[in-house]
Design a binder for this molecule. Sequence first.
Ligand code: SAH
Ligand code: SF4
Ligand code: F3S
Length: 449
Amino acid sequence: MQKKVFIRTFGCQMNEYDSARTLDLLEAGGGYARTDIMEEADLVLLNTCSVREKAQEKVFSDLGRIRKLRGAKPDLLIGVSGCVASQEGEDIISRAPYVNLVFGPQTLHRLPAMIEAFHRTGEAQIDTRFPEIEKFDHLPPAKVDAPTASVTIMEGCGKFCSYCIVPYTRGREVSRPLADVLTEIAGLTEQGVKEILLLGQNVNAWRGVTASGEKADFALLVEQVAAIPGIERIRYVTSHPREFTHRLLKAYERVPELVSHLYLPAQHGSDRILAAMKRGYTAMEYKSLIRRLRAVRPDLLVSSDFIVGFPGETDEDFEAMMRFIDETDFDNSFSFLYSPRPGTPAASLPMDIPLEVRKERLQRLQAKIDEQTRRHNEAMVGSVERVLVEGRSQKNPAQFQGRTAGNRVVHITVPDDSLVTAGKFADIRITKATRYALAGEPATVRLPA
Ligand code: SAH
Ligand code: SF4
Ligand code: F3S
């Protein structure tokens, strides 16, 4: 009987991408079929995240549970990949000796060889090196069955924000060659993909060369992706305010495929804290960038990440962040309580803010962002939005579900199924807004009475 693999993924979209490619790899050459049921699997992989302590601890509690599956299946293989694997390496085996495979984000392509080596030797296999960008050369073409797909364009991060573990778990910034990225995307459009999400920790630090040997930057990459037949929408996560070039700003004028929704983490709104975080910009510089972007794209929605309770954050710093949020008018964003990460410079700073104060600040900040997001949602009621239809709604199979350019889920009620098609765009009149989603119906031409 064919063996089965189950992967549980934590963390960011780059991890999601890696998990999808690991499944492609194991299906194409590793002799495995994917399953969504962990109990059915012969190989269980946890693709992990260590960006905050909670995420990291979850891995070990999950591992304990997975180990119990060995009772019914003594040959069950257990693997840990991703950023915890990268950070902890052999220590994972010390803490959980029943784990068979440990590999990092840059060595996942070696998984079939590691499985083979484990079977041959009976010894746990560990490989958490950063061998440049070789993994992409050893992965089969990506397979998708949705109209949207992600492509990792660069690995690692060289920014070293003082609180962040990513540069240590993912290695330094390495860009994939332009031609590779374009080929992968062209392959995706042949499978019906219309919307592409470019992935990296700082996509605007991407650098490459064109076919004629000229230097290429992220703005040029975006233009070339837009030129691929079939691509109608381009998004990217994450970009860094410090590397937001004039050329990228100009791309918003020239490239209609770039959606009017930008995910640009600000992290804070107080210059003192931004400096302590080593972000390399001021609140004013961030706001001025958004102002210039909105001059080109008045409907631009901006999402961000925020960290609350960084060591030394005073009431004034927090109020400055709240004002900054008011002035910028953010959309749906993520906010986190600061979590000290071992080995990062900020981890040695004393935590001088009581937990209740930090929690209260987080709550106030989240309420403000929710309020701004709800206002954006409500403003869409009555308007017609171009929606990329993904398929039937998960909640109600009588409805369809899709996404607007601003990345909002729309539940679509159809009087007749032929009015929308999964995988295609449709013009939808928005009839209702809630905090998390919109509802609508196909916008039909209204004839004059
Ligand atoms: N490269 C991206 C973010 C990657 S990590 C950027 O620079 O914007 C995703 C988010 O996790 C960050 O934006 C930050 O808000 C949060 N984060 C990172 N380290 C953290 C820490 N030590 N504690 C709390 N949140 C953290
Ligand atoms: Fe972490 Fe900063 Fe790099 Fe983002 S830019 S991944 S926050 S070090
Ligand atoms: Fe987490 Fe690693 Fe992504 S730490 S956020 S999975 S880069």
